[in-house]
Ligand binder design. Structure first.
Ligand SMILES: [Zn+2]
Length: 301
């Protein structure tokens, strides 16, 4: 062990305190970088990548209800109950399972498909909200208080931004940029689910198609949905002309990629059988809407 010359001398209580303080500072852990999870399907619908360049990216920002239990610096268990963690407040129930059913059904049409999804609960950081949005790290979600999100310091909020939000967005940007450089114009679809009852109000809509300023896919999808058996609405249960379209705004719009955001009522996709059934209904509608929209290619940059 070495020591600087000015460290020489007896270890007085004051010097001992200084040493301990220094050790505490150096013992601070480097926080993890938590990129998105990326899954791929080949053009023949099997999992994996082939020589084709995928023309479809499904994004599932609310896929997970995992909490950073080993990282109190990122909120740990957030102080929430098991019931809150299992509820729609923590994640989009069924959205990941539905996306995994849809991707292989659509991959043959689009030359392959990617599914990009979140590693942690939206209650740690809502990846579909801009950093200045109050809901990015929500202290309350519908009827659920989130104790671990109240009274956060700026440093604590920045830690979540650095560990969760920025790596996720970098993953999405990288996948899109690689496809665009290879000459592809991938269609971007954000996949979500919503609760049948919100603040005591029952929602009749089953399938919501949200659009912001590019409605090509949305309008084609709405037309194709006639006779699907699903109660389908445009911009319900909420409008995309709000902060809920953050992902498509920052990833699809700058590249002028066709995009839409889908909301499926979560009681329809809560289990694998429901996910497969709804994927079976949505896949032909999406195939039709994607082919119509790609025939009307948006102008490139
Ligand atoms: Zn969602």
């Amino acid at each position: 062990m070495t020591s600087a010359p000015n460290d020489a001398g007896p270890l007085t209580p004051a010097r001992r305190l200084m040493t301990l303080t220094r050790m505490d500072q150096t013992a601070q852990r480097r926080l993890p970088q938590l990129p998105a999870i990326v899954e791929a399907w080949r053009a023949d619908g099997r999992p994996g990548r082939d020589d084709n360049t995928p023309g479809l990216i499904l994004i599932c920002e609310h896929a997970s209800n995992a909490l950073p239990l080993d990282w109190p610096e990122l909120g740990g268990d957030l102080g929430i109950s098991a019931a809150t963690r299992a509820s729609h407040a923590a994640w989009d129930i069924g959205a990941l399972g539905l996306s995994r059913e849809l991707a292989p059904r659509l991959a043959p049409q689009t030359g392959g498909a990617l599914l990009i999804h979140a590693p942690l609960s939206r209650l740690v950081y809502d990846l579909n909200r801009p950093p200045d949005h109050a809901g990015a790290i929500p202290p309350r979600s519908e009827v659920h208080d989130i104790p671990g999100n109240t009274s956060l310091t700026l440093e604590q909020r920045l830690a979540r931004l650095d560990s969760v939000y920025l790596p996720f967005q970098a993953s999405v940007s990288a996948e899109i940029a690689r496809l665009v450089m290879r000459g592809k114009r991938p269609v971007i679809i954000a996949m979500h689910s919503f609760t049948p009852v919100f603040l005591g109000q029952r929602r009749e809509v089953e399938f919501g198609i949200l659009f912001d300023d590019d409605d090509d896919i949305a309008q084609h999808l709405m037309l194709a949905s006639r006779g699907s058996g699903l109660v389908t609405r445009l911009n319900e249960p909420y409008t995309a002309q709000s902060s809920v379209a953050h992902t498509t705004r920052i990833h699809a719009r700058p590249m002028r990629l066709h995009h839409t955001m889908l909301e499926i009522r979560n009681d329809l996709i809560a289990d694998p059988a429901g996910q497969a059934r709804i994927a079976g209904i949505l896949a032909p509608l999406l195939r039709s809407a994607i082919s119509e929209a790609l025939g009307n290619e948006a102008p490139r940059l």
